[in-house]
Write a protein that binds this ligand. Structure first.
Ligand code: NAI
Length: 399
């Protein structure tokens, strides 16, 4: 039976979910491991689950020929040498959508709090000041929320915003299906000029660096608020600081920063610290118990589907083959170099052994090809030996 090693205190629901697929040979180790300890723990593992502190380097991958897949129970995958894993025939999975709802909920809460000027009222109340003034405090109903980046999180924010009565406009360079009553706008300026709440949900790319610079911030209404729970480098923090101090903006909520402390021990430094109309949070947009639970389920699911059916949908480094129920007696997973003639040679071998192909899915990604083939019969060992000897074969597995 497939052996799965889960490191770094992965949520217990991962183990339960694996068991629901019949994958019960699971070893849980609370710590992150490295060096000889890591190799010893994984020497006979078919799959490993890690978070951010276990590093799956080229050396580690080369020393683990039995390892078939890696699950990163988190969003980031920098801790894995993805290219090297792919060339060992090892797909890597993560959990990109587990915390989408958590971020979206925080954004809606921040929008409501900022429009009601709660951060300032709260700060004054803590200082013993009883400020009941309603001036500058607004409902969010009928206000325009401008979403920059209408991807997974941006679209989710739009749905939630609409449910509390906001009007939704969004700007995205890609043509995105508007959900609910959301309306696309075709320039950032058009969005900034009409929005009461501007919220950023773009990826951290060179093209999105400082997209909210002094010039863009000046295009916002002075009564508007700016929210950033995407990446720290998409807002020019000094320009934002100036706009807030000059009363060119009513408030801001910032969850991500150009420089973030690596732990609680390091101080958090920002020019915005003394501004009462700014909500500052330590990159916790996606940090909820539910997100952790979702991560456990999402990644365990992907590991199980790969181990049991060869599915690689949503892998971060591998050709993506969608789930398909096994349509015949045997399924063979074949990872190969993406060269002409590989599939023809493989299929010829099936024919020579008298095996009829019932279904075949092939996907390629860069230098890698991945074929999942169902055949109507038992695959004999000599056939596997022949396929393994093919000069283009990287890995060949029967399930
Ligand atoms: P996504 O990839 O689904 O969506 C990003 C969208 O931005 C895409 O639709 C893309 O076309 C669009 N986009 C790209 N360049 C753009 C530009 N110049 N202007 C406008 N739109 C542009 O990503 P997802 O999952 O929605 O994540 C969004 C951001 O949120 C990412 O930066 C991610 O790192 C961050 N994030 C932050 C968390 C937190 O704890 N604060 C937690 C999870 C994600």
């Amino acid at each position: 039976m497939n052996k799965i090693v889960l490191l770094e205190n992965i949520h217990p629901n991962a183990r339960a979910h694996l068991a629901s697929f019949g994958l019960t040979n699971v070893v849980q180790i609370p710590a992150a491991l490295a060096g000889a300890e890591l190799l010893a723990a994984l020497s006979d593992a078919d799959a490993v689950g890690i978070r951010s502190r276990t590093h799956m380097t080229a050396e580690v991958l080369s020393a683990l020929p039995n390892l078939k897949t890696i699950g990163c129970f988190c969003i980031g995958t920098n801790q894995v040498n993805l290219a090297e894993a792919a060339m060992h025939g090892v797909p890597v999975f993560n959990a990109p959508y587990s915390n989408t709802r958590s971020v979206a909920e925080l954004v809606i809460a921040q929008a409501i709090l900022l429009l009601r000027r709660i951060p300032e009222k709260n700060a004054r109340a803590h200082r013993g000041v009883w400020d009941k003034n309603a001036q500058g405090a607004f409902e969010v109903r009928n206000k325009v929320i401008g979403i920059i980046g209408y991807g997974n999180i941006g679209a989710q924010v739009g749905i939630l915003a609409e449910s509390v009565g906001m009007r939704v406009v969004y700007f995205d360079p890609e043509n995105k299906l508007p959900l609910g009553n959301a309306m696309p706008v075709f320039s950032l300026q058009a969005l900034l000029e009409q929005a009461d709440i501007v919220t950023l949900h773009v990826p951290g790319l060179r093209s999105t660096e400082n997209i909210m610079n002094a010039e863009r911030i000046a295009q916002m209404k002075p009564s508007a608020v700016l929210l950033n729970a995407s990446r720290g480098n998409v807002v020019d923090i000094d320009a934002l600081d100036r706009a807030l101090r000059d009363k060119k903006l009513a408030g801001a909520a910032i969850d991500v920063f150009p420089v973030e402390p690596s732990s609680e021990k390091e101080p958090f430094v920002s020019p915005l610290l003394d501004l009462d109309n700014v909500i500052l949070t330590p990159h916790i947009g996606g940090s909820t118990e539910e997100a952790q639970e979702n991560i456990g389920l999402e990644v365990a699911d992907k590991l199980a589907r790969f181990l049991l059916a060869g599915t690689t949908k949503s892998s971060v480094n591998f050709p993506e083959v969608a789930h398909q129920d096994k349509g015949a007696l045997s399924r063979i997973l074949h990872v190969h170099r993406n060269e002409p003639g590989v599939i023809a040679r493989m299929n010829q071998q099936f024919a020579q052994f008298g095996l009829n192909i019932v279904a075949q899915q092939l996907q390629t990604r860069g230098a890698l090809g991945y074929a999942v083939t169902d055949v109507d019969g038992l695959i004999p060992q000599p056939l596997i030996d022949v396929l393994q000897k093919d000069p283009a074969t990287i890995r060949c597995r029967l399930i």
